[in-house]
Design a protein around this ligand. Structure first.
Ligand code: ADP
Ligand code: MG
Length: 249
């Protein structure tokens, strides 16, 4: 995935300005920046939740500007949200199945007629859901309502849902928000494991530096909508512009 000149303004406020990023396959890339620096806006633009005023977004060599979110998902980009977007009144398992079916849609006729295609797709979605719940340690919770899960489990369920669409690019928006330090440590392991198992490219957005420093191979730093530096965790940690963005203006 690659962006160039990506710009988004809300009325007078420029939320993202002339953004550029180029992801390598299978890397874990961090995007950090203080609150309001444009991180979620970046995800919203890539996933078609919002339209840029200018700039380009390419995914696997083709422009995805202007495509609808469902189309972008079917091309292989999945995200989680900063706040939870689970279906609270569905079970844990059905939350994941619903997501898996976005990638393997079953038409109404297929489901009424129970076509072979319907069976294959349902079987496939179920196999994916089972595997993901196992990976996330949620198998024992499969039949519970999503709203009844402890908070940390809900966050993992969100990641399971994103993975159920079989993405090549996984976007995580503040996955550590609200987690305690043990859960955050476990999340670092989980993100690596996801990359290794599924071969996905991962972008992690956080305002908290610790998780990012622990898990990411490269980091881009945003401040007030602009890229101020890109580098390894070590380079970013020692960059005076980053200290300034975080510690004062
Ligand atoms: P971050 O995720 O880095 O905290 P955001 O991308 O959510 O930041 O926001 C960047 C800036 O754009 C903020 O000043 C925010 O208030 C503004 N913004 C984001 N979304 C909207 C919107 N839908 N309408 C108006 N302003 C917005
Ligand atoms: Mg945000």
């Amino acid at each position: 995935m690659r962006t160039r000149g990506l710009t988004k303004a809300f009325r007078g406020l420029v939320a993202l300005k002339d953004h550029a990023i180029e992801l390598r396959e299978r890397e874990i890339m961090g995007v950090i920046g203080p609150n309001g620096s444009g991180k979620s806006t970046f995800f919203n633009l890539i996933t078609g939740f919002s339209k840029p005023n200018a700039g380009q977004i390419e995914f696997r060599g083709r422009s995805i500007i202007g495509l609808r979110t469902e189309r972008i998902v079917s091309l292989g980009i999945a995200r989680t949200f900063q706040g939870s977007r689970l279906f609270p009144s569905l079970t844990v398992e059905d939350n994941v199945l619903a997501a898996a079916q976005l990638r393997h849609p079953v038409g109404p006729l297929d489901s009424v007629l129970r076509t072979a295609r319907y069976r294959t797709r349902v079987d496939k979605a179920e196999a994916i859901a089972e595997r993901l719940l196992d990976l996330m340690g949620l198998t024992a919770q499969a039949g519970r309502l999503a709203s009844q899960l402890p908070y940390g489990d809900q966050r993992r369920l969100e990641i399971a849902r994103a993975l159920a669409t079989e993405p090549a690019l996984l976007l995580l928006d503040e996955p550590a928000a609200g987690l305690d330090s043990n859960e955050t440590t476990a999340l670092v392991e989980l993100i690596r494991k996801i990359r290794d198992l599924f071969g996905v490219t991962v972008v992690v957005v956080e305002h908290d530096m610790d998780l990012i420093m622990a898990v990411c191979e490269r980091i881009q730093v945003l401040a007030t909508g602009e890229v101020i530096c890109v580098g390894t965790p070590e380079q970013v940690r020692n960059d005076p512009r980053v200290r300034e963005a975080y510690l004062g203006h």
